[in-house]
Design a protein around this ligand. Sequence first.
Ligand SMILES: NC(=O)c1ccc[n+]([C@@H]2O[C@H](COP(=O)([O-])OP(=O)(O)OC[C@H]3O[C@@H](n4cnc5c(N)ncnc54)[C@H](OP(=O)(O)O)[C@@H]3O)[C@@H](O)[C@H]2O)c1
Length: 321
Amino acid sequence: MGLPPDTASLIMLEIGKELRFYEDSLALIGIIYIGKLTTSFSLSLYRGFKEHIFTKLYPNKEVITSFGNWALVTGATEGIGKAFAEELAKRGLNIALLDSDLNKLNEVSAEIEQEAGVDTRIVEVDFLDDFFINDKLMDIIKSIDIGILVNSFQVVIQNPTPFVKIPIEEVNEILNANIKSLTMLTYIVMNQMLPRNKGLILNLSAFSGLYPVPFISVYSASKAYMEFFSQSLSMECKNKNIVVQTVTPGFIKAQENSNESIFSCMLPNMTNFVRNTIDSVGISQRITGSWLFSMELWLLKRMPEFLMQLLVFEIMNSASV
Ligand SMILES: NC(=O)c1ccc[n+]([C@@H]2O[C@H](COP(=O)([O-])OP(=O)(O)OC[C@H]3O[C@@H](n4cnc5c(N)ncnc54)[C@H](OP(=O)(O)O)[C@@H]3O)[C@@H](O)[C@H]2O)c1
């Protein structure tokens, strides 16, 4: 015996209403999700435009000399630190170079003075030491008007190694260089910047400070320290005209090479990376120094965490000693 036709259509009507409710709810969730994706995509696009296109179309060349006459650069005789010292000198700043090798310091300072016609100071320091600050460093910091501090030097682990296999003395040195020296130097220089109410601190971070990397765990964790330290200081100095910027690059090519693979052809070289970074001063708290790194970070952020951890583990595990 079937239901009377009226009852059946009433039930169908009710089911239809229920279904419409679920349909509407799903549509709403879809709209919110698409809205979130669109907003996040537009924001990324806007940030990318600001850092990589706007700064090229409307370069503000004066901003870099507005913080003071001197820039102090760590790890300044090689690699990224040297590239920063050279580029800042080209833009008219006097340079204080910090490094652990006196001969190389003398060489690079003579080069910079000759090529850029600026003044230089050199200080021999060993950031691996428990307390690297010496009298000469203190005297120099007090005697010059440091407008820019580039914290470039960090101990990088060349061969991925399981944590407990790293000699304990080396662990101590990485902590000294990457955390203690960074913090102490920033403390001393910032104390000189604050009364003048201006300054720029550039902290060279890495992707491994944003994503945990096994087999270089101490380095990765020290970069995460740098990220938080930078961001906190940036917030603290918001009303003090002191810019604290984190620079988060991926792999940077030391030199152009005629036998390069397609992959390494795409990597930015040190000079371009440093120029882009300097041109992007004040644009946002974190910059990457290259459109390629911004794209890589954008993609990494969208990757599911478990997949990322799996990939990173496999890569690092196969490279570890
Ligand atoms: N290169 C990349 O692809 C890359 C990618 C991402 C992030 N980063 C970051 O960028 C920054 C710069 O990297 P980098 O590759 O140019 O090399 P780096 O190893 O950080 O710096 C090399 C410089 O530091 C000096 N140095 C070495 N030991 C020292 C010590 N104990 N005390 C003081 N100075 C010392 C070296 O000269 P002496 O040996 O003569 O003293 C050299 O001038 C780092 O913070 C790194 O984490 C680099």
